[in-house]
Structure formats: structure tokens, C-alpha cells
Design a binder for this molecule. Structure first.
Ligand code: KG4
Ligand code: ZN
Length: 329
């Protein structure tokens, strides 16, 4: 079985091919147009997807040495995401499906982040997944393939959003998450004790208070510029510490609550080095196996869409041309 995966939910236009013998190609065209605005501009994202999607899909097929007629199903991100951006991918996939009579599979982007862990590994069910991206922060009990129970999620900002918004306050460009990660490695995580919110609540998260607390903390400094010149790395480390402590403590609770022996990290923030280290240390102590996707499969990509489509095809979960994208799937 050869599956073409297409991803266009936010600011990456991506295509990949996954087959019975594994991942054959994984092409990502990142949109740079948003940098000057400090965040993703939805309408610009749609236009950029529209411009690059055909070339991206062609490259993915070329690199896999397959023609479109050798593709058995087209898996495409159905949501959640920016509706205009999703529409470009879904309409493109539908057109290809109709023109070449290839079955269509709608994929949930957040489920795909979880199944990114299956691209190179075979995590054992049941497991707990901590999915941490720019738009979502969720703890999911995965009992079997596509048998998921949402244990808890954020009430406000997602963890990636917290990194990006706090980074903006610190004067860093978008997306600030990876830059804060780099700077945090050079700083002192104990420099300032930022709040770790909702630790008493079982599986829900809240990160908007942390952003406010960083704002007030900097407002109190006489010379903010000079302070940041001296301590930007320390602030990045202290903020990263506060975010990752909450995430890892809640993941620990979820593992203990469910009694699972396996956990997986998923989504853009699982690329964070402090997060990876802390999660590995915590799971080791619990004698629990932790899977973390390779860096290129943590942030948005189409390999995760293709493998999720592959798993859905195995269960004959196909869609027809009535399939619609949903911003908040
Ligand atoms: O999963 P993803 O690529 O897109 C969404 O589905 O949202 O996640 C993007 C988020 C952004 O907020 C980005 O800043 C964050 O993941 N991110 C990181 C790191 N790499 C990406 N945050 C912290 N440390 C990183 N190394
Ligand atoms: Zn994502």
C-alpha cells in the first residue's frame, strides 16, 4: 500500500509518501511570509499553500520514485487548523482523488502528531500521549489504534503559544519556541521562579498566567533593555523550566493514573530539549518506556499525515468527496 499524505493546516505546506516498506519521502515548504508580522496571517497562509502545494506533492512523489497512479490513497489534514489553509489541502486532495479515482482519507492533525511516533518505532498500547503544539496542549489515553480518550487539555494558551507569546515580549522573532530553547541551554533555569500553574488540577493546563507574570516581572525593571541584555538566556531558561515542569508533572500524573507502561510525546514543543530531558528522566524513574519523535517529525510535517492515513487505510477508514475541513476538529 502506498499512501500520499498532504498537510496544510497552518504555515507549512507539506507532502510525504508512506508505503509498506516505510517512509519514502517527506517534503516541507515552510512559509517565511509571516515572520515580519510576528505570527501566522491566515489569508497569507492560504495563498502561500495554494502557490506551493502542487510542486510540493510532485517533489514528494519524485523522491519516493512513484507516480500518482501508484498511490493507493490520499490522506489529507481535515483539521484542526486555519480554515482557509485547510481548504487548500482538502480541495487539492479531493481534486486529485476525483481525477485519478484514488480513495481519500481525512486525518485529524492532532491524532497525526501522536502517530508520528510510529514512523520509526512501534509504541506498545495502551499509552499516554502528551501532545504539545502551537495550538493545543492535551493529555490523551491511547488504548488502541484510534481508540483515544482525552484526559485533559489547556483552558487557555497552548504550551507552544506560551513560548511564542513570551518570546515576543522578550523581543524574539516568531516562532520563538525554538529560539528560546537554544537560549535556555545557556541560561540558569533557577534564575527566577515563574509560576507553575494548575498543579493541583489533575490533567488540565493553563499558561496565560505565566505570560502575564513575565510581563509584570519585566515592567518592574528600571532598565529593561539592559536587564534583557544581561539576562535573556536566564529568563528563557526560567520560563522553559516553568512550562516543562508543569508538562512533565502532569504527564507523570497521567501515567500513574492510567497505569500504562508507555508514554509518547508529540507536537512541536516535544522538540524542546529541556522537555525531552525531563520527560526521559521522569519516565525512567517510573520504569515506563518513553517515545519521542525525531525532531523533523515533532513540528508540522506530512509524514505524520501519511502514516496516520496508512493506519486508517488498514482499518478501511476512507472518506468520500463530501468530507469537509473543520477548524476545530
Ligand atoms: O506542532 P507544531 O509544528 O504546529 C502546530 O500544530 O501548532 O508546533 C509549533 C509550535 C510553535 O509554538 C513553536 O514555537 C513550538 O511548537 N516549538 C518549540 C520548539 N520547536 C517548536 N517550542 C519550544 N522548544 C522548541 N524546540
Ligand atoms: Zn501541528
Amino acid at each position: 500500500m502506498n499512501i500520499l499524505g498532504i498537510e496544510s493546516s497552518c504555515d507549512e505546506t507539506a507532502a510525504a509518501v508512506y508505503t509498506d516498506s516505510g517512509l519514502k519521502s517527506n517534503v516541507i515548504a515552510s512559509q517565511t511570509v509571516h515572520k515580519q508580522y510576528g505570527g501566522v496571517v491566515p489569508e497569507l497562509a492560504s495563498r502561500a499553500h495554494h502557490k506551493t502545494i502542487w510542486a510540493t506533492v510532485e517533489q514528494a512523489l519524485d523522491e519516493a520514485s512513484l507516480s500518482i497512479d501508484e498511490i493507493d490513497a490520499i490522506a489529507v489534514t481535515q483539521g484542526p487548523g486555519l480554515i482557509g489553509a485547510l481548504l487548500v489541502g482538502v480541495c487539492f486532495a479531493k481534486g486529485l482523488s476525483l481525477a485519478r479515482d484514488i480513495p481519500l482519507i481525512g486525518v485529524n492533525h492532532m491524532e497525526a502528531h501522536i502517530y508520528a511516533n510510529f514512523i520509526e518505532n512501534q509504541p506498545e498500547y495502551p499509552f499516554v500521549a502528551l501532545t504539545v503544539s502551537g495550538g493545543h496542549t492535551q493529555l490523551v489515553h491511547v488504548k488502541d489504534t484510534f481508540d483515544h480518550e482525552l484526559m485533559g487539555r489547556t483552558r487557555d494558551d497552548a504550551a507552544g503559544e506560551a513560548f511564542d507569546k513570551i518570546g515576543k515580549i522578550l523581543g524574539l522573532p516568531y516562532p520563538a519556541g525554538p529560539i528560546m530553547d537554544e537560549k535556555a541551554r545557556l541560561g540558569d533555569p533557577k534564575f527566577h521562579n515563574f509560576p507553575q500553574s494548575m498543579l493541583n488540577n489533575k490533567f488540565e493546563f493553563s499558561f496565560s498566567g505565566l505570560k502575564t507574570s513575565v510581563m509584570y516581572y519585566l515592567q518592574d525593571k528600571d532598565d529593561r533593555e539592559a536587564f534583557l541584555d544581561d539576562h535573556l538566556n536566564d529568563i528563557c531558561a526560567s520560563v522553559s523550566h516553568a512550562i516543562t515542569e508543569v508538562l512533565v508533572k502532569k504527564l507523570r500524573k497521567a501515567i500513574k493514573h492510567t497505569g500504562v507502561k508507555t508514554a509518547v510525546l508529540a507536537g512541536g514543543v516535544s522538540a524542546n530539549s529541556m522537555m525531552r530531558e525531563k520527560a526521559l528522566e521522569m519516565t525512567k524513574k517510573l520504569d515506563c518506556t518513553l517515545h519521542i519523535p525525531k525532531l523533523q517529525y515533532c513540528t508540522d510535517n506530512a509524514a505524520m499525515i501519511a502514516i496516520t492515513g496508512y493506519l486508517k487505510a488498514q482499518q478501511s477508514q476512507f472518506d468520500d468527496l463530501e468530507m469537509k475541513p473543520f477548524a476545530s476538529l
